[in-house]
Write a protein that binds this ligand. Structure first.
Ligand SMILES: [Zn+2]
Length: 160
């Protein structure tokens, strides 16, 4: 199968996961698949409402499964197929996981049109902490910074 056909096959899996989630009432209309070397490593739909986990977006859920399967926090070389453009949290998770490529189907504007509006988070990210809607106050940096210094000096740390 050529690459373009394969890409569509994996995206259709992600879309099917999103569709099944809606049909079975298991959560939001989102699905994601992680692929490595042309093979499916893990797949998940959104699990926010079934697990009462606000971070259980399809992308985060599938990253957890793939990392567990690979026994690694580093997903370099993996590709993620997600039925919708990742929200800021998922995009952050994708960067942290070092996934090498993102394929998406629906856009964030499509998601906003059905009530999943993450645009306000993107807007918040551009603001200084004091200007955000979420109140944030800095406290006790002089105490917390000591742990950072310990980390910096630690011989046993695993850099990631
Ligand atoms: Zn997300």
């Amino acid at each position: 199968m050529d690459k373009a056909k394969q890409e569509k096959k994996f995206m259709r899996m992600a879309i099917a996961l999103s569709q099944q989630n809606v049909e079975k009432g298991l959560g939001g209309p989102f699905g994601a698949v992680i692929v490595k070397d042309g093979k499916v490593l893990a797949r998940s739909a959104n699990r926010v409402t079934t697990t009462n986990d606000p971070t259980a977006h399809a992308e985060v859920a599938v990253i957890r499964l793939a990392s567990k399967k690979l026994k690694s926090f580093d997903l370099t070389g993996c590709e993620i197929y997600t039925s919708c453009e990742p929200c800021p949290m998922c995009l952050g998770a994708i960067y942290w996981s070092r996934i090498s490529k993102v394929y998406y189907a629906n856009t964030k504007d499509d998601a906003a049109a059905i009530g999943f509006d993450d645009k306000f988070i993107y807007n918040e990210l551009d603001l200084q902490p004091d200007d955000r809607k979420l109140p944030a106050t800095q406290l006790l940096r002089e105490e917390a910074i000591k742990t950072f210094e310990h980390w910096q000096e630690s011989e046993s740390k695993i850099q990631y």
